[in-house]
Write a protein that binds this ligand. Structure first.
Ligand code: FAD
Length: 349
């Protein structure tokens, strides 16, 4: 079991979780950030990385991925620790200022406060709905590729029609024995250039494409050996395989959040708007996951919430009545925390 110790655990590395790192850093507090996705950025990275956002203050037109890059650049100076591809399952309150946050991989984060920046829930892969197929998960059935070498010289079937399915099919065909892409129709969500490349490779007999849906699977001696594919006209075809990669996309799942015994309002966590604290002292919620009268699910709102939550956390953890507002422009203490160098002239002024 891995154990980490920090001032504050942040659950969720979406835009608001990333800004929370920065705001807590300004208060001199260290952070560990946990996200179920293998990369940072939440909805911005997962759902619309190439779409421009027009309502981030001082960034009139920036792609969602650029907003995330900028947020990361701003937060990185405080050197947060990231636990990616880990889903938080439990939050245990040990005492007034002591919590243990536990992930599905049994990593434990010991901290003095918790910020939930969990958006609409943990992003998880959309699963193949076939009774009993899940017993092959992580041995022959994969929803994410982390080690491409596992597929070398194997007969691989890839399911899906989005960018991931197409990109991975094109990549895997270079080293796998064979790649068969299966999608329910010949309309793809993926970029046209990838689809054209896939058809080109099929013509060169370097991979294959089949239109249809998986209706059952075959196994021998506890090994997945094949799938039955039913086409639109009802014809069944059997395909043999060594490995199955399912890339149907990601969807957010509330999952564990509902069990954390926090006061909720229609699947959103109730907070007070002074501190963004939840019904449990020491646990805060910011961004899309929280609820208060007038709440708007906008990145801009999340930034404001993260700033006030950081002040409140600092006051609680450091047991101070009120932390003064310090300007990043002029405060030597903030500059020291940020590692900002001063010229001699600035110091004399
Ligand atoms: P999210 O971005 O949802 O990130 C939450 C993260 O928490 C996720 O990565 C998730 O995997 C993780 N997580 C959740 N539960 C757990 C757990 N138990 N363990 C580990 N990790 C967990 N907003 C604007 O302001 N302007 C726009 O123009 C705009 N355009 C949009 C366009 C689209 C198509 C969509 C879908 C949304 C748009 N939004 C826009 C909304 C904006 O994306 C959200 O308000 C914002 O992403 C919320 O940020 P967040 O950090 O609160 O949550």
């Amino acid at each position: 079991m891995k154990t980490l110790t920090t001032d504050v655990a942040i659950i969720g590395a979406g835009p608001v979780g990333l800004f929370q790192i920065f705001e807590l850093g300004l208060q001199g507090l260290s952070t560990v950030v946990i996200d179920s996705l293998p990369e940072i950025g939440g909805q911005c990275s997962e759902l619309y990385p190439d779409k421009p956002i027009y309502d981030i203050p001082a960034l009139p037109n920036a792609k969602a991925s650029e907003v995330i890059d900028n947020l990361w650049q701003q937060a990185a100076i405080f050197d947060p620790t990231f636990l990616l591809a880990e889903r938080v399952e439990h939050i245990e309150k040990v005492s007034e200022h002591s919590f243990i946050v536990t992930t599905h991989k049994q990593t434990q984060i010991h901290c003095r406060a918790v910020v939930i920046a969990a958006g609409n829930g943990a992003f998880s892969p959309v699963k193949l709905k076939l009774p009993l197929i899940d017993k092959f998960e992580d041995t022959q059935l994969f929803y994410r590729i982390s080690n491409i070498e596992h597929f070398r010289d194997k007969n691989v079937v890839v399911l899906g029609g989005g960018d991931s399915a197409l990109d991975w099919s094109l990549t895997l065909q270079k080293t796998a024995k064979s790649v068969l892409l299966i999608h329910r129709s010949s309309n793809f969500k993926a970029a046209k250039s990838s689809v054209n490349k896939m058809y080109e490779l099929c013509e060169q007999v370097k991979m294959q494409f089949l239109c249809g849906q998986v209706s059952s699977f075959q196994e021998e001696e506890n090994k997945l050996t094949g799938l039955t594919i039913t086409s639109k006209d009802g014809v069944n075809r059997r395909v043999e395989l060594d490995e199955l990669v399912v890339l149907f996309g990601m969807s957010p799942k509330h999952g564990p959040i509902d069990n954390w015994q926090l006061e909720m309002h229609q699947h959103q966590i109730k907070v007070d708007t002074q501190s963004f604290q939840t019904s449990v002292t020491g646990i805060y919620a910011v961004g899309d996951i929280n609820y208060y009268p007038g709440k708007r699910k906008l990145i801009l709102s999340g930034f404001h919430e993260a700033a006030l939550a950081a002040f409140s956390i600092a006051e609680t953890v450091l047991e101070k009545d009120r932390i003064p507002t310090l300007y990043t422009t002029t405060s030597p203490l903030v500059h020291q925390r940020m590692g900002v160098e001063h010229t001699l002239e600035e110091m004399l002024n």
